[in-house]
Design a protein around this ligand. Structure first.
Ligand code: SF4
Ligand code: F3S
Length: 106
C-alpha cells in the first residue's frame, strides 16, 4: 500500500483524494491517511501531492517509518474523504517545513 508521511501535516492539499480510484483516503484535522487494505497500489496519488508526502510503503524513508502504522490505525478511525477541498490556510508556510511530527493532530 501507499503511505502518507510527514510532509502532509498542516498542508492537506487534498489533490490526492481526487485521483484515487478507490477512495481510500481518510481525514484528520491536519493530515490525511491511506487505508492499507483498500489501496490498490495504482500510484496515481504520489505525483499529484504538492508536498511529496506519499510513498509506496517499500520506499518510505526510514525517518518516517512510523507513518505506516499511523496510516493503518487512523484510517479505521477518521472519516473518509473523497472530494478535493481547500488546503489548510497555513499550507504554503508549512509546505517545505521539516520536522512537523509534533504538530500532527491525532
Ligand atoms: Fe489511491 Fe492509488 Fe494512491 Fe492507493 S496508490 S491511495 S489506490 S491513488
Ligand atoms: Fe496531504 Fe499531499 Fe494529499 S499534502 S492531503 S497527501 S495531496
Amino acid at each position: 500500500a501507499y503511505v502518507v508521511a510527514e510532509p502532509c501535516i498542516k498542508c492537506k492539499y487534498t489533490d490526492c483524494v481526487e485521483v484515487c480510484p478507490v477512495n481510500c483516503f481518510y481525514e484528520g484535522a491536519n493530515f490525511l491517511v491511506i487505508h492499507p487494505d483498500e489501496c490498490i497500489d495504482c500510484g496515481a496519488c504520489e505525483p499529484v501531492c504538492p508536498t511529496k508526502a506519499i510513498f509506496p510503503e517499500t520506499e518510505l524513508p526510514a525517518d518516517w517509518s512510523e507513518y505506516k502504522a499511523l496510516n493503518t490505525k487512523y484510517s479505521t478511525e477518521w472519516p473518509n474523504i473523497a472530494e478535493k477541498k481547500a488546503a489548510l490556510p497555513e499550507s504554503e508556510a508549512y509546505k517545505d517545513k521539516k520536522g512537523k511530527r509534533d504538530e500532527l493532530s491525532l
